[in-house]
Design a protein around this ligand. Structure first.
Ligand code: GLA
Length: 517
């Protein structure tokens, strides 16, 4: 094995399993994502809160957003988690369990999940760790943790954001740990987004509990982007860079790109900062009415490649020059490095980025890729000078090689396979899902985890960057009724050998009559 490969693997183990490395000295718990393989790159998706607040959150809105997410190209760019935030979607029923508000979600919250899964997207839901959600319009999970997480699993949620309102007297770590245990007991793999706005310093302990944690207060009041609040969030989040890594992310809050109140330049700069920080990219704007420029920013595959890099390192400020910040410390999977120059001042800034800012020798001959103009220059020695207008950025990728491969982004045509076996049986039925990578390199075959129920088998075939997972169900010997399984498949990024987020999807089989051999 090459030395560099060994080094990358050692870094990967340390990043992905910091607890394992630390366990030599202490009995620190493992990183949760090491078990479930979820969110090994920062989660991407859409949540309604920044644009809409509670109104008008309903089934119609979420479905229209889902459709816009697909037609705008955002799904292909990697945005996958979508669903309601706080918005009166359920209440607590007489049986003590969450029950859908059918006025807002006529097909039920499970029905919404099916709509989302059928379109190759993943389902995100919202609740609170206290007695109620923030506006008190919905029940919180306090005292109902296990039944609530069981119902979320039954609704087929893949992601849950849990807020920290109305939690008087509760301990942050204990409350969220109990919710983690409730999720594990519910048995459905789920990305856990802790939302205590930095209360209880989750970056110190939450890697074993969830996959991402808010580090700051809300980035804006619903409906209007707030540039200065966003810059405050970035400044606070930047300092926490050492806590982030695959499966455990600092979250400086959802995106404000494309909302009223930001200029085109600010949209681009904001997005670059979030990508450089390996922040979750949960869009917060109205996807049904985006300008071409907003779409261009949100789907810039080269910028997203920085955010979604398999090494999962959060970049940080290595130097300031006047009002300009030089961000680096973000090595990428192919040996290149990301650099961001952000001009927070009112006048243009001319900045010389030196190769030593990247930890390279000044004599090194390096190529520079501008991730907004999509141009490559070089090779250059001794650094590069950039002129950056006020509030603008230069987002660069710097490499010994003149090629800049894109890391894998996984896009599926569906995350739900549903069979109905008519009478009489026995029947053997097959239906496939297709999963492609939009990265530069083809992936090895997806490896399906053993342990599927006896009525289900999955065969994987490869056609370049696209792979087919053919699901065959056999009703022989099965009882009448509904049968359900969650399939997990794993893969690696072939250049670095690092794991990519596990692929999960649901298989349902409805058997209409008892089937006997
Ligand atoms: C908190 C969260 C927001 C949003 C609202 C809903 O303020 O930080 O992201 O979920 O609650 O009330």
């Amino acid at each position: 094995m090459r030395k560099t490969t060994l080094l990358v693997m050692a870094i990967a183990v340390a990043l992905l399993f910091p607890a394992r490395v630390a366990r030599a000295q202490s009995a620190a718990p493992r990183v949760r994502a090491a078990e479930d393989g979820l969110a090994l790159t920062p989660p991407m998706g859409w949540y309604p809160w920044n644009e809409f607040g509670q109104e008008p959150q309903n089934e119609k809105l979420i479905k229209e957003i889902v459709d816009a997410l697909i037609s705008s190209g955002m799904k292909d760019a990697g945005y996958v988690y979508v669903g309601p935030d706080e918005g009166m979607c359920f209440s607590r029923g007489a049986d003590g369990k969450p029950t859908t508000n059918l006025k807002r979600y006529p097909n039920g919250l499970r029905g919404l999940g099916d709509y989302i899964h059928q379109r190759g997207l993943k389902y995100a839901l919202y609740t609170d760790a206290g007695t109620h959600t923030c506006s008190k319009a919905m029940p919180g999970t306090k005292g109902h943790e296990f039944e609530d997480m069981a119902v979320f699993a039954a609704w087929r949620a893949d992601y849950v954001k849990i807020d920290w309102c109305n939690t008087e007297g509760q301990d942050v770590a204990q409350s969220y740990t109990k919710l983690r245990d409730a999720q594990l007991a519910a048995g459905r793999p789920i990305v856990f987004s802790l939302c205590s706005w930095g209360v209880g310093e989750p970056w110190k302990w939450a890697a074993s509990v969830g996959h991402l944690w808010r580090t700051t207060a809300d980035i804006c009041a619903p409906g209007k982007a707030d540039w200065s609040a966003a810059m405050k969030n970035a400044a606070a989040n930047e300092k926490l860079y050492s806590a982030a890594g695959p499966g455990h992310w600092n979250d400086p809050d959802m995106l404000i790109t494309g909302m009223d109140g930001l200029s085109e330049t600010q949209n681009r700069s904001f997005f670059s900062l979030w990508c450089m920080m390996a922040a979750p990219l949960m869009a917060g704007n109205d996807l049904r009415k985006m300008t071409a420029s907003t779409i261009q920013v949100l789907t810039n595959r080269e910028a997203i490649g920085i955010d979604q890099d398999p090494l999962g390192t959060q970049g940080h400020i290595v130097r300031r020059e006047g009002q300009a910040e030089i961000w680096a410390g973000k090595p990428l999977f192919d040996g290149s490095q990301a650099v961001l120059v952000f001009n927070s001042g009112d006048a243009p800034a001319e900045v010389h980025v030196t190769w030593s800012d990247l930890g390279s020798a000044e004599s090194a001959a390096l190529y520079v890729r501008d991730l907004w103009t999509h141009r490559t220059t070089g090779p250059r020695r001794g650094g590069i000078t950039v002129t950056v207008p006020p509030s603008d950025v230069a987002l660069l990728r710097i490499s010994k090689s003149s090629t800049f491969p894109a890391p894998p982004i996984i896009v599926a045509d569906s995350y739900w396979v549903s069979f109905r076996a008519p009478q009489p049986g026995p029947h053997k039925l097959t239906r496939a899902i297709t999963v492609k990578t939009t990265g530069t390199d083809e992936l090895p075959l997806w490896k399906v985890r053993p342990g599927l129920p006896s009525w289900l088998s999955v065969a994987v075939t490869k056609h370049g960057k696209s792979q087919t997972l053919a699901n065959t169900v056999s009703t022989a010997g099965l009882k009448k009724g509904l049968h359900h399984a969650v399939v997990r498949a794993d893969n690696i990024e072939p250049v670095s050998g690092l794991p990519i987020s596990a692929l999960y999807y649901d298989v349902d089989l409805e058997v209409c009559g008892d089937e006997r051999d």
